[in-house]
Design a binder for this molecule. Structure first.
Ligand code: NAD
Ligand code: MG
Length: 299
């Protein structure tokens, strides 16, 4: 562990690398370990205080990026984990598992493609069985593939983006809710793109608006069951999603330059918001969307 942690006072403009960055194309879904500079997921810095002690959490996209930072933070806060990611990402998952086990919690992995409803149901059932219940569902997995013109978005791409970002969230929530006790929480991952759309993200940006809408509906509907539902809307975050086709390489070079803090966020900088929304600390927060944008606020 380093001598600094998430509570060390620092200048947020210089706390992490600023652009320009190197061009660094890689095929989707992309690996965190191939990125320069390497993203910070809190491996050496996140300190937990038992804020999720004994909870059982399912996290999609848990191998890299935001999901990996959430997994590390949840483990250090005392939660047992079930992680999903694509089989191609086993390398990122492999070096994460010992970090999680070091926290003394259990971790169970279910690699597979969430574009398939039957797999989503199986994922939830497996999480419930392995952990002996389910208290927290965190939908982080997402697909982003830019196209300069919307005319170049194929039906296949449109379908894959909506299946991954929207349908899977719906299927996972549907399978999970019957298992969730009162006090359980669901956290979805939206984006600044739900509010301020890039013209080159013609399929991705609308999925993020759908996630915001679904989160608000579900938050209102599940209040009766004592289940809270919220979303996090990140701005530009330094993860493999971007250099693996999420943005053109010329934008990767300048990634984060245009937000007031002048740099991309690191996955570690989102972890505490997910912990807060998962824990009882946020007991009066539901159907809400939290921005983590570097100063590009949600409307
Ligand atoms: P990431 O590439 O590290 O994580 C995305 C994960 O999605 C992958 O690791 C992969 O495991 C998973 N995934 C993709 N397709 C899948 C499929 N078909 N089946 C199962 N898993 C699949 O990148 P990230 O930036 O940490 O992305 C996490 C979430 O954050 C996404 O929902 C993304 O839209 C959102 N987000 C990212 C940014 C950003 O700038 N990086 C900004 C706003 C929102
Ligand atoms: Mg990944």
């Amino acid at each position: 562990m380093s001598s600094t942690n998430q509570y060390t006072m620092r200048d947020p403009t210089t706390q992490y690398p600023r652009p320009p960055f190197e061009e660094q194309p890689q095929p989707a879904p992309g690996l965190a370990k191939e990125m320069t500079p390497r993203p910070d997921h809190g491996e050496d810095s996140y300190v937990g205080f038992g804020r999720l002690k004994g909870r059982k959490a399912l996290i999609t996209g848990g191998d890299s990026g935001i999901g990996r930072a959430v997994a590390i933070a949840f483990a250090r806060e005392g939660a047992d984990l079930t992680l999903n990611y694509l089989p191609d990402e086993e390398e990122d998952a492999k070096d994460l598992l010992p970090i999680i086990r070091d926290s003394g919690v259990s971790v169970h992995t279910v690699p597979g493609d969430i574009q398939d409803e039957a797999f989503c149901t199986k994922l939830v059932e497996s999480a419930v069985k392995e952990m002996g219940g389910l208290d927290i569902v965190v939908n982080v997995a997402g697909k982003q593939a830019y196209q300069d013109s919307f005319l170049d978005i194929t039906t296949e791409q449109f379908d894959a983006t909506f299946k991954t970002n929207v349908y899977a969230m719906f299927w996972i929530c549907k399978a999970a809710v019957p298992h969730l006790p009162r006090g359980a929480t669901i956290i979805n991952t939206a984006s600044i793109q739900a509010y301020d759309q890039s013209p080159i993200l013609g399929d991705y940006a609308p999925t993020k608006s759908a996630i915001v809408g679904f989160t608000k509906v579900l938050g209102k509907q599940l209040a009766d069951r004592g289940i809270r539902v919220n979303a996090v809307a990140p701005g530009p975050i330094w993860t493999p999603l971007q250099p693996s086709g999420g943005q053109p390489q010329k934008k990767v070079k300048e990634f984060g330059k245009n937000v007031p803090l002048g740099r991309p966020g690191q996955p570690a900088e989102l972890a505490s918001i997910y912990v807060f929304l998962a824990s009882q600390e946020s007991s009066y927060v539901t159907a809400e969307v939290y921005g983590v944008t570097g100063g590009h606020p949600l409307p």
